[in-house]
Design a protein around this ligand. Structure first.
Ligand code: HGY
Ligand code: MN
Ligand code: MN
Length: 422
């Protein structure tokens, strides 16, 4: 087991480094959906999948999909167990977010085949091209396509250069008209597994390399716009101004308060992007637009926090004589991990690490939020240093990656054994 583990750790590190070298920006890791870099990363992942014995294709949404048929045994099924994660990154991101899950899936297949494990079901390893939703204002495009829940209005959204997703997809080699054909029927899949870095400090504090995820938090992304009146910074008295940015500042503090008072529900709110117009030091801001990312352990907590922000925004609008709007651009309820898969993951972690697993909620969003509409989901978290993610300082110990591959292989083997008994 020890030799396996260090060899796997070394393989995983080499693959992580190879993917991290594919970036749109020198010295920073930025790999957005349907970009040249996405294409290069997809090519590399395809090669690795082929080397692992998978039959590989790129689907209409630009996801790389590698399948392995069921092995020879008495009771096989054509149904597939899916394993996946994403290969897009945020701007100036870390090298493990998403990519670790894809690499773990490929290495687990390799490991199972090397050990001669014949599975009674098929496997598909998937490298989704858009989980982060950075280039276009929509997220989870690859997994929503596979799950059959893609809202095709996403195809009309535009990136910062005015390119529509539909145009970008065609240029990439995808097919906006064939997206429907890529969806699985629920009866054809046995579940979805994902390995991902924790992106938080819990495992590090617990001194454990791996954890089992119970659920993914309820999540909403909103776009808030405030229209005031631009004017001369030197001549308009304070009492008659309609300063859009000052109004936004009030709302942002109310957002912070709405999340803080729900901290028992792990409610968190972030305003991460703000545009001010016209944006000059001697002009009163005429317009302010900002993002709101709101999450919580329960749907009720998230939606009541959003309603409170909406009410406060309206109130600010009246008081300050500014026009306000708040639009939801992405909303996902809590995605609960299936106890059946959680048990297999927890058991595998215990056998591989020798200690019972930590079970935890995910505050971060994942492809499982879309896949849960198709099938049962299960997630395994891997410890990362300082809980840091979406940051170039993101770091996972190579040995923890080796352990994660072993635990994922063991999870798949457990599910194979269980299906034999069923
Ligand atoms: O925003 C998220 O939670 C994810 O990393 N895309
Ligand atoms: Mn991320
Ligand atoms: Mn991720």
């Amino acid at each position: 087991m020890t030799i396996d583990r260090s060899a796997l750790a070394e393989r995983a590190q080499g693959m992580i480094d190879a993917l991290a070298s594919i970036s749109a920006e020198p010295g920073r890791l930025t790999r957005l959906y349907l970009s040249e870099e996405h294409k290069a990363a997809a090519r590399l992942v395809s090669e690795w999948m082929r080397d692992a014995g998978l039959t590989v294709r790129m689907d209409a949404a630009g996801s790389v999909r590698g399948t392995l048929p069921a092995g020879r045994s008495a009771q096989t099924t054509e149904r597939r167990l899916l394993i996946g994660s994403h290969i897009d990154t945020v701007v100036d991101g870390g090298r493990f977010d998403g990519t670790l899950g894809v690499i773990a899936g490929i290495l687990a297949v390799e490991n199972l085949r090397a050990r001669g494990v014949a599975l009674p079901f098929g496997l598909e390893v998937i490298a989704f091209g858009d989980e982060e939703g950075v280039r276009f204002p929509k997220t989870l495009i690859g997994s929503s396509t596979v799950a059959g829940i893609l809202d095709t209005t996403a195809l009309d959204t535009v990136d910062a250069d005015g390119v529509t997703m539909s145009e970008a997809l065609r240029a990439f080699g995808g097919d906006p008209h064939a997206l429907d054909d890529e969806a699985y029927a629920s009866d054809d899949v046995l579940g979805y597994l994902e390995v991902h870095i924790e992106q938080g400090p819990v495992l590090e504090q617990a001194g454990k390399p791996l954890g089992a995820v119970s659920a993914i938090a309820s999540q909403g992304r909103y776009r808030i716009t405030i229209i005031g009146e631009a004017g001369h910074a030197g001549t308009v008295p304070m009492a008659v101004r309609h300063d859009a940015l000052a109004a936004a500042a009030e709302v942002i503090l109310a957002i912070e308060a709405a999340a803080t008072k729900r901290s028992a529900d792990s409610c968190v709110a972030t305003v991460g992007a703000l545009q001010v117009s016209p944006g000059a030091s001697n002009v009163i801001p005429g317009a302010a637009t900002f993002s709101l990312d709101l999450r919580a352990a329960t749907d009720e907590s998230r939606t009541t926090a959003a309603a409170e922000v909406r009410d406060y925004l309206r109130d600010v609008g009246h008081r300050r004589g500014v026009k306000v709007s708040m639009d939801a651009v992405h909303e996902k309820p809590v995605a609960t991990c299936a106890p059946r898969l959680g048990k297999a993951i927890g058991g595998a972690i215990e056998r591989v690490t020798g200690a019972p697993p930590v079970t935890m909620m995910s505050g971060a969003g994942h492809d499982g939020q879309a896949m849960v509409s198709l099938t049962e989901i299960g997630m395994m978290f891997v410890r990362c240093r300082g809980g840091i993610s979406h940051n170039p300082l993101e770091f996972v110990e190579p040995d923890d990656m080796g352990v994660a591959v072993l635990a994922l292989s063991e999870t798949v083997r457990t599910l194979a054994d269980d299906s034999g008994q069923g």
